[in-house]
Ligand binder design. Structure first.
Ligand code: ADP
Ligand code: MG
Length: 593
């Protein structure tokens, strides 16, 4: 077959495969155009999940009659003129191919009127057919109606999901677009029924709460940091509002919604240990990056971007969120889980801790961490850790000095702080404290290790031996040394001092570890992540257990450590280490209020 040039129509139809995947992508393009046209209200009407009709109506700048035909042509845009513009695109669109692509796979009617025009004009296009522009009645602004998406491309129409499923995607995309444009009023109508009505707001926080639910108000922290010319701001949810899916996570780059694996990874890392691994933080994050430091033109729908310095962005997001969470009091209030929905009268966090505004930045009291709980927190390591930690922001509300502590059924500790009564799970707290110490300690080199006089020989399955091979670099960092010593045995030569001193059976710890590694349940792709997982395991094994009687010295030490350790309100698995019963709740329960 000879080589022939494709017709412009064919080119558009092929391009449409990339830009116009489904009704939600059409909605996205049309709403972005309305935003670019500086609309103050945008109305989105959907019939049958967009299979039948998608119409976006705005009160923006409009298109002059002579240019209407151009709007439907590919590579026709009013938004950029020369190549340099590509580096600093400020508008949502710039590729000039959305309307052309949509017109190649649907019947499109554009009606528009500029402020100066006496009347509106309308043009219709479908495939290569054009009708108009001709005069019509209509208000200032633009409406673009898309009928019968993929009506003549049965191969594509087949891929559309049910109306309800497509409508869900549309709603999701509308949510994302509305959150970054609080000053625009939005209405979403599905089959004639209004499903979303958002009035214009002055600030993003209000809009986000309008969309995500006002009940989140007191569970969302404000974040705003600038580092190396990159601004990260938005709202991050407290651990208690983490969700089973990542639907409540939105990222924006210079106002455009993006999805970026590195950013979501950084966010997950920041919450590590605060929420259970199967849950996802709630967060809306905006990144403001100088346009030359990012390439937005790597994806036709512009939802994926390429950062010139991905590691920097990762670290800014991780640290920014971590510090924001660190500044706030994460000890869950018992009344959150219990009855009292009268959330507005909760003075627990009244000292600004939850605002994330940097009120509580005083370094934590770290003077006497040494001395240790139980059998052997070594003092040098503790001091070292204290130094590390003092460079980080504090977390916990200041305790009442030398409050009495009561151990209840060898499991829980009861004490007080400035807000009321605090109940602590002794194992969970100790585990968290050890985890943070280990994590801080391991940054400066392998953990101190204790060599065994006589190697301990352990029975091993093939799965253990396989695991041994996989994680030997990791084991070195942990201060664990083991070698295969026969077809079904492993010899253990050295163990981490911590396990040794805490009387943990190193052999069974090693077997657990190797089994996880061998079965691939350890996050083997990312060494840092795997390391944290193992440190979790170590901390859990080494921590005091429920049922351990603690001496008064140990109790005091444990409580003191609580204040030195970041995020001590949750154990590494995400369960809370402490709960609080506020004075107000107590007073209410006892009928004093
Ligand atoms: P792009 O947005 O990348 O420029 P589109 O195909 O989406 O490309 O739109 C082509 C052009 O049509 C835009 O550059 C703009 O000039 C015009 N246009 C599209 N929608 C609107 C609208 N709602 N209001 C005003 N102008 C619009
Ligand atoms: Mg566009």
């Amino acid at each position: 077959m000879s080589i022939r040039r494709l017709s412009p129509f064919m080119v558009n139809q092929i391009a449409a495969g990339e830009v116009v995947e489904r009704p939600a992508s059409v909605v996205k393009e049309l709403v972005e155009n309305a935003i670019d046209a500086e609309a103050s209200r945008i109305r989105i009407e959907i019939d049958k999940g967009g299979h039948e009709r998608i119409e976006v109506i705005d009160d923006g700048n409009g298109i002059v009659q002579e240019e209407l035909p151009l709007a439907l042509e590919s590579h026709a845009t009013s938004k950029i003129t020369d190549p340099c513009d590509l580096d600093g695109v400020a508008t949502m669109g710039f590729r000039g191919e959305a309307l052309a692509s949509i017109t190649s796979v649907a019947r499109v009617v554009v009606r528009s009127r500029t402020r100066d025009a006496a009347e509106a004009s309308v043009i219709e296009g479908e495939g290569e057919r054009r009708e108009g522009p001709k005069p019509a009645a209509g208000p200032v602004g633009t409406s673009v109606a898309v009928h019968q998406l993929f009506g003549r491309v049965p191969a594509r129409r087949k891929f559309l999901k049910s109306e309800a499923a497509e409508m869900r995607r549309i709603t999701r995309i509308v949510h994302r677009l509305t959150m970054s444009h609080p000053d625009i009023a939005f209405t979403l109508i599905s089959n004639g029924r209004t499903t979303l009505e958002l009035k214009a707001r002055k600030d993003v926080r209000r809009r986000i709460l309008d969309v995500m639910g006002p009940e989140l108000d007191e569970h969302m922290l404000d974040l705003d940091v600038t580092r190396e010319g990159i601004r990260l701001w938005g709202l991050v949810g407290l651990p208690e509002v983490a969700r089973p899916t990542s639907q409540h996570q939105q990222f924006y780059l210079n106002g455009r919604p993006i999805s970026d694996r590195s950013v979501s990874h950084a966010l997950r890392e920041a919450y590590r240990g605060l929420i259970e691994p199967s849950r996802h933080p709630t967060a809306v994050l905006f990144l403001q990056v100088e346009p030359t430091r990012v390439d937005v033109n790597v994806h036709p729908a512009k939802t994926e971007v390429r950062f010139r310095d991905e590691r920097l962005i990762h670290s800014i997001v991780r640290r920014g969120v971590l510090e924001c969470l660190g500044r706030s009091d994460l000890t869950p209030d018992l009344s959150v889980a219990e009855s009292s929905p009268s959330a507005s009268t909760r003075p627990l966090f009244g000292s600004g801790g939850r605002s994330g505004g940097g009120v509580r930045l005083t370094p934590p009291p770290v003077t006497s961490v040494g001395g240790g709980v139980g059998k052997g927190f070594d003092a040098e390591a503790a001091r070292e850790l204290a130094r590390d930690l003092s460079e980080r922001p504090a977390v916990i509300p200041s305790p009442v000095p030398s409050s009495p502590v009561l151990q209840v059924h060898k499991t829980f500790l009861v004490t007080e702080d400035e807000h009321g009564m605090v109940i602590i799970d002794q194992h969970a707290l100790h585990e968290r404290v050890m985890f943070e110490r280990l994590l801080a300690r391991i940054e400066s080199g392998p953990l101190p290790s204790q060599r065994l006089l006589v190697p301990e020989v352990i029975d091993a399955d093939p799965i253990h031996l396989e695991g041994l091979e996989q994680i030997s670099p990791l084991m070195e960092r942990l201060g664990l040394e083991a070698t295969p010593s026969g077809p079904r045995t492993i010899a253990l030569h050295a163990v981490p001092v911590l396990l040794f001193e805490r009387g943990v059976k190193a052999g069974s710890f090693l077997k657990d570890l190797l089994e996880r590694a061998g079965e691939g349940t350890l996050s083997s792709t990312d060494e840092e992540e795997a390391l944290r997982e193992v440190l979790d395991m170590m901390a859990c094994k080494a921590a005091v257990k429920a049922g351990d009687q603690l001496s008064s010295r140990e109790l005091a030490d444990l409580l003191e450590m609580r204040e030195t350790v970041e995020r001590s309100s949750n154990c590494p698995h995400g369960r809370p280490t402490s709960l609080r019963l506020s004075m107000e709740d107590l007073e209410r329960q006892f009928g004093r209020r």
